[in-house]
Design a protein around this ligand. Structure first.
Ligand code: SF4
Ligand code: SF4
Length: 178
């Protein structure tokens, strides 16, 4: 008896929701004429951002590539004469990407970021293989002020170790000897 009562109650609950919506004005969004603004944290098209000084952020550390669960990121690292590392080439196969955001989480320089731009469907699957020139944007993206080389104690032409904001002078390891 209790089971019959529970079943009738469950049906009643389900149909009450249906009936409530029968008398409401339907909401129809006319996509693509109207595009609902998505939050900044939405995970879609991937970009490579630049530092506030306009230089490439990516230091080709391979962390995003290592963490990617579908191994769709590949690159080759190189170093400039001023000491900055960079990716000689950088490739993401967006046809395989599952937009999990792990690459963005792993990136120490805030270079790789996912954006709300979800309109990336293509008939030709190979055109979803994005090269560095397709990924690089002239903007800091979400992290406007962060500059990896100003916080991480790496010597470049723009400053020596320990000379940047919030950095301490390098430790003299010999001073720790007994
Ligand atoms: S969003 Fe996920 S699947 Fe896509 S490239 Fe980044 S780590 Fe790989
Ligand atoms: S995008 Fe970030 S995590 Fe990936 S190689 Fe460049 S610096 Fe490293």
């Amino acid at each position: 008896m209790t089971e019959i009562f529970d079943s009738v109650k469950a049906f009643g609950n389900g149909f009450s929701t249906t009936f409530k919506h029968l008398f409401k004005k339907p909401i129809t969004e006319q996509y693509p004429e109207y595009k609902r603004p998505l939050p900044d944290r939405s995970r879609a098209r991937i970009v490579l951002t630049c530092d506030p000084d306009g230089k490439e952020r990516c230091v080709a550390c391979y962390l995003c590539s290592a963490v990617c669960p579908v191994t769709c990121i590949s690159m080759q690292s190189a170093e400039k004469s001023d000491g900055r590392r960079y990716a000689k080439w950088f490739r993401i196969n967006l046809g395989r990407c599952i937009y999990c955001g792990l690459c963005e989480e792993a990136c120490p320089t805030s270079a790789i970021q996912l954006t709300p731009d979800f309109e990336n469907t293509k008939l030709d699957i190979l055109s979803l293989v994005f090269e560095k020139k397709d990924l690089l944007i002239n903007s800091c993206g979400k992290d406007k002020d962060y500059n990896f080389y100003k916080y991480t104690g790496i010597k470049t032409n723009s400053g020596d170790k320990g000379t940047h904001a919030f950095e301490k002078k390098p430790v003299n390891v010999k001073s720790n000897l007994p």
